[in-house]
Design a protein around this ligand. Structure first.
Ligand SMILES: [Zn+2]
Length: 491
């Protein structure tokens, strides 16, 4: 492992990708592949991600400058998710980001299930680009602009622009903001939703422990109580839905909001997450739907009476029936013996009506495809063994001076010789056959003496040195007596 000789000084809220781009330019590398190798010791496919991996290798290359934890806290978006994760999930996420692959990372954070990722883009603010260029001499990627659901710069109130990398390339072409065409992510910030949510996300991103306190103090329940949506500790669901519906129509006209703005179901599920990870965007969006502003989040002090206990919905026969129905369907689905989720009873119903639970179930019950062995190794072994015999005959019947039967000579005449020698465990019969066929120096010289005797009509009257010369033997592995016996037998 080689230590980095230089690394850019990070700017405020700079993303890891942005640092990688600036490093790439500082050392004048010609490709991302080379930069990735130098920074991460491997070809990282996640450098442009909001949750990049390979941070363990980078930390080592930076000597004591940044630990993995500091890299995660300072240059990735994980702190935005941290308050919404339990300790085990957060630790697992950090471990995944320290490693080189990060398999299942986004799934464990509920990002895959949220379907927000397909709307992610590299976003920048025109005013930030201008200010950064003036202050630091270069524009750079801000982490908060890349947070899902941030459409307005929380510093300038300006609509963010999504940059299209040129020629259908992606972030691997190593560009900084505004170096390629950027289009506004929304037409105009009609209403307050987009800017309020951006401000909340910025604050939550910088104050994970405060957000954790909000969640632990059941902030949303307090708010519902203030708004009269609680009765005896239960949520008045119909009334809440009636309030949310017109608010949802004021959602920002941006893809990630439109993903959830068609229904208030997700908002009600946030109140009882059932071991699923609440997406930060959903939490802050729900706060906005409940007419909460950033100051209210900052000033929240939990009261003891509401703090404890889970939220339940006001008893309502239709809801109770729904709950029973959902539970029955879930139970039938999860107890089915079919291996594939698509084959289990009620899959399509759950996909339409209870998708979060289904997604969670699928994530926690991965279908491991049994890999069928497509190659019949035994048959191939027998075929190779037959080919070896044929190869042996071929070598023995070669015209002219005899060739030695060696491993290489045999292997050259076998169809899948390379594979055969590379994976000997798959070819036990052939390996034994080959070892039997290999010719010792003694046997080879005997064969050469017989050939020379036939070819040059030698007899036992010739000197041994003459016989050796005709047979092409320099270092003898046969005795003189054996040579004369061979010649006498050939008469
Ligand atoms: Zn800005």
């Amino acid at each position: 492992m080689e230590r980095l000789l230089l690394f850019p000084q990070p700017f405020p809220d700079e993303s890891l990708y942005s640092l990688a781009v600036r490093y790439h330019r500082l050392v004048a590398n010609c490709s991302y592949r080379l930069t990735s190798q130098e920074l991460f010791g491997t070809y990282s496919r996640t450098c442009g991600s909001i949750l990049p991996c390979c941070l363990g290798a980078l930390s080592q290359r930076l000597a004591a400058a940044y630990s993995v934890g500091e890299l995660i806290r300072c240059f990735t978006l994980l702190p935005l998710y941290q308050p919404f994760l339990d300790d085990a999930t957060y630790s697992a996420a950090c471990i995944a980001m320290a490693g080189n692959h990060g398999n299942g990372l986004k799934m464990s954070l509920g990002l895959t299930a949220s379907r927000f990722l397909k709307h992610a883009s590299f976003r920048y603010c025109g005013s930030c680009v201008h200010e950064d260029t003036q202050n630091y001499g270069v524009a750079y990627w801000h982490r908060i602009h890349q947070a899902i659901g941030t459409c307005i710069c929380p510093h300038h109130g300006e609509v963010l622009r999504a940059m299209a990398f040129p020629g259908r390339t992606d972030w691997r072409c190593m560009l900084l903001p505004a170096e390629a065409d950027g289009t506004p992510v929304m037409e105009s910030p009609s209403g307050t939703a987009a800017s309020t949510i951006a401000e909340m996300q910025l604050w939550g991103f910088g104050h994970p422990s405060d957000v954790k306190t909000l969640l632990a103090g059941n902030f949303l329940k307090h708010r519902l109580d203030e708004m009269g949506f609680l009765k005896s500790g239960r949520i008045r669901e119909q009334r809440l839905r009636a309030f949310l519906s017109p608010r949802l129509l004021e959602s920002p006209r941006v893809n990630e909001f439109q993903e959830i703005a068609y229904s208030s179901d997700w908002a009600l599920r946030i109140l009882r997450p059932r071991r699923t990870v609440v997406q930060p965007l959903k939490f802050y969006f729900f706060c906005w739907l409940l007419d909460v502003n950033l100051e209210q989040l900052k000033c929240f002090h939990p009261k003891k009476d509401i703090r404890s206990g889970d939220l339940s919905f006001e008893k309502d026969t239709s809801n109770a029936a729904d709950e029973i129905d959902i539970e029955a369907r879930r139970s039938a689905f999860s107890s089915s013996s079919y291996l594939k989720c698509h084959d289990k009873p009620g899959y399509h119903w759950l996909h339409r009506h209870d998708r979060e639970w289904l997604t969670q179930y699928v994530a926690s019950h991965p279908f491991i495809r049994l890999r069928e062995c497509l190659i019949d190794w035994k048959a191939r072994d027998l075929a190779v063994a037959r080919e070896l015999l044929a190869a042996n005959d071929l070598i023995l019947s070669v015209e002219g001076k005899p060739q030695k039967i060696t491993r290489a000579a045999l292997d050259r005449r076998v169809a899948c010789g390379h594979e055969f020698l590379r994976t000997p465990d798959n070819f036990p019969i052939s390996i034994r056959r080959m070892n039997d066929l290999l010719e010792s120096n003694h046997d080879y010289q005997v064969r050469k003496i017989k050939w020379a005797a036939r070819h040059y009509l030698l007899s036992e009257r010739c000197a041994v040195s003459v016989i050796y010369r005709f047979a092409g033997i320099r270092v003898s592995h046969v005795t003189e007596a054996e040579v004369f016996k061979l010649l006498s037998c050939m008469k």
